[in-house]
Structures are given as structure tokens and as C-alpha cells.
Design a protein around this ligand. Sequence first.
Ligand code: ATP
Ligand code: MG
Length: 413
Amino acid sequence: MAEKLQPPRGTQDLVGDDYRRHAHIIETAQRIAENFGYESIATPIFESTSVFKRTIGETSDIVGKEMYTFEDRGGEELTLRPEGTAGVIRAVISNGLTQNMPLKLIYNGPMFRYERPQLGRRRQFHQLGVECLGVAHPYVDVETIALGVQILKALGLFDQTVLEINTIGDIASRQAYRQALVDYFTPYKDKLSLDSQDRLVRNPLRILDSKDAGDQAIIVEAPEFENYLNDISRDFFAQVCAGLDQLAIPYKSNRRLVRGLDYYNHTAFEFVTTDLGAQGTVLAGGRYDGLMSQMGGPETPGVGWALGIERLALLLDSLTDQPRPIAIIPVGETAFADCFALAMKLREAGCTADIAYSGNVGKRLKRANKINAQVAVMIGDDELANQQAIIKNLDSGDQKTVAISEVFEYLSN
Ligand code: ATP
Ligand code: MG
């Protein structure tokens, strides 16, 4: 065995409070999404590589350098999912659900990207996401964003975030803008990062998403998408903004916001915090009307987002309001049977009860304090002889003797 076993680089065990915060985010989001009519879906954590390659885009960082792709023993080309949307759309097509529109689906689970690990950036991380399929109306974009707002509010994190929003227009607008970007960046070609030189040929819009400092300096002066939007795109975005205004959801227009994945159109948005350094985006999404047909399904509009569970968990305070258990402490072997019966009765009634199995009384009481028990029930030989138990309030230190037959009733009050 290795001297010190560690999880693989960029992965993390979820233990104790980390696990609780993680689960709390999922439970909160699911509860609220249910009110919006969302249904849960789970898809495999690996898919045929083509599911991601074609949809996310060959020139994206994800497909270009982040995917965990492997050939299995049967020679299948597989990839651990780097994101959730492509798999969900694949599942909708595979299960013949394309006739059941509209569909509102929510998922959560691990995602995998080969990235440089840092705070809020992991190689295995977890997302929870929603996809609303089959409705082209701009108010669905608003509704989807409003769902994100409500979840962030319920987590107590909304005030730490800013909603940034942009439109990347329809296909015609994007083609016009693409040409404008090629015209602008071509004279700077040699100054761009190697990645962006490649993007200039294959997908110039993606240069705007570059995190390279040299690229950023050139991007500042690049033409604005705004000036290349056609009327349809402009009108769609105006309706989204009007809907947000109507719901009094504050937002900041960010004309440089493009998403890292190829399949988006019209609305793009991110909830960003300044509390996590460069990893500030906690929830991000947009509209992806062409995705379903691109994957071989019928033409179907869609809009959705994904939140990063680790990043939100970093912002959450510890969850201390756990139910406080009742510590059952048998003092000596003979009391075990009665203690065991009492613990089971309490649990059946919905209480949290913990039986201390080993150590002297002092040690067992120490454990009771460690698990934050509110009361300890102690039964020793003397008590057993009188069919009594000592009930100790661990906060005040007060103790009381109660008949064993009445302990359950006493504790229930
Ligand atoms: P970033 O710009 O930070 O790399 P992204 O655009 O790649 O983010 P998306 O693909 O939009 O991220 O994923 C949605 C959310 O998932 C992100 O906003 C973030 O909260 C979370 N996320 C993405 N990549 C990671 C990662 N490697 N580790 C932890 N969380 C992540
Ligand atoms: Mg990324």
C-alpha cells in the first residue's frame, strides 16, 4: 500500500459537512424546480464520444483539451460526461420523448474535465442542471432564469451574485458577426495565443471566451455583437429583458458574454460572484434551439442552465442545524437489551438515536457530546434493578431519574 493514499488529482471525497452542503444544494434546487414543473432524469456518466464532440464543438476547450475519452474493452469510443445537456438531449431522443413536448427536466451528478485544479475548479465536479425543451417563447428564458434566482435565494446566496446576460443572436446574426470578428482579429493574428489563432480559422466567436491575458487586451476593442444583431434577435432579447424587469430581477448586460459550448443561440447568462477568484461563475446557461435537430431529433427549441455544486458549496456556511441525536448509554452488559429496545422505539417514532457501544461511561458521554446529542439516557446495573434510567440534559448538565417504561414518553415531550 502507498504511504499516504490520496484521491486522484482534482477529485475530492465528500465527507461530513462537505457532504451535507452538497446534498443541501441538491435538495433545495429539486424542491424549487418541482414547483416549476420539472421532473428528474438521470443519464449515464459516460456516453459515446460523438455525443459531446459534435454538440459541444471541436474548437471548444472542453472537446479540445478537457475530455476524459477512452476506448473500452470492446473497442467503443467513450467519454466521461463533461456536462449534462448533450446526454439529456440524447436520452430524450433515445426514449422517444420528442413527441411529449414541452419537457422540463432536472438532473444532477458528477462531470469530468481534465483541467488545472484550483479553488472551485476540479477534474471531477458536480453540476445540477435544468433543461426546458419544446418552447421557443422568450418568457421561458425568463422563467428558467427566475428558477435560478429562487434557488440562489433559498440558499441565501443570491445577494452574493450578479446576473450577467447577453444575446448571441440567431444563426444569421452570428454569421454577420463572425465575419466582423475575422476582419478585426486577422491583423492581430500573430499577437493572439496559439489557441486563438486556431479559433480565428475554426470558430472566431470563441476568441471572446479566451482566458489568455494577451488575447483579452486585443478583445477589448473588438466589434460589439450588438451592432450585428438582426431584428428577430434584437426583439427576442428585448422580450427577455422586459420579462426580467417585470419580475424585478436585476441584471447586468455583458456584451462580451459568450458561452464555452457551441450549441447556444439567443440568450446567454451567468450568475457570477466575486467571492471565488477567477472561478466566479456559479450558475450558467442559455438557449440552444438547434441542438436537438443537430443530434438527429426533430427541430426543438430548448433553454437551460447548470449550476456548479462545489462552487456554491464553497459559499455556503456550515450546516449546523442538524437534528440533535439522543445518546443511549448502556452502563454494563446487562442494560444493552433495554437500551437497544429504547433506541429502536425512538427511531421508529422519527427521533435520531445513537447507541454507545464501547468505553467507560466517561468515554461514552464524550462521544455523546461529540455527536452534539441533546440528552443522554444512561442505564446501569443499579438503575436496571429498579427499572429506571438516568436522563441527562447535556446542555445544562441537569439529570433526572425516570422509569424505563416512561423514558420514551418523557423524551417525546
Ligand atoms: P469556467 O468558465 O469557470 O471554466 P464553464 O463555462 O466551463 O466555466 P459551464 O460549462 O458553463 O462552465 O458549467 C456550468 C457551471 O459548472 C459553471 O458555471 C461552474 O459553476 C461549474 N463548473 C464548470 N467547470 C467546473 C470545474 N472544473 N470544477 C468545478 N465546477 C465547474
Ligand atoms: Mg471551463
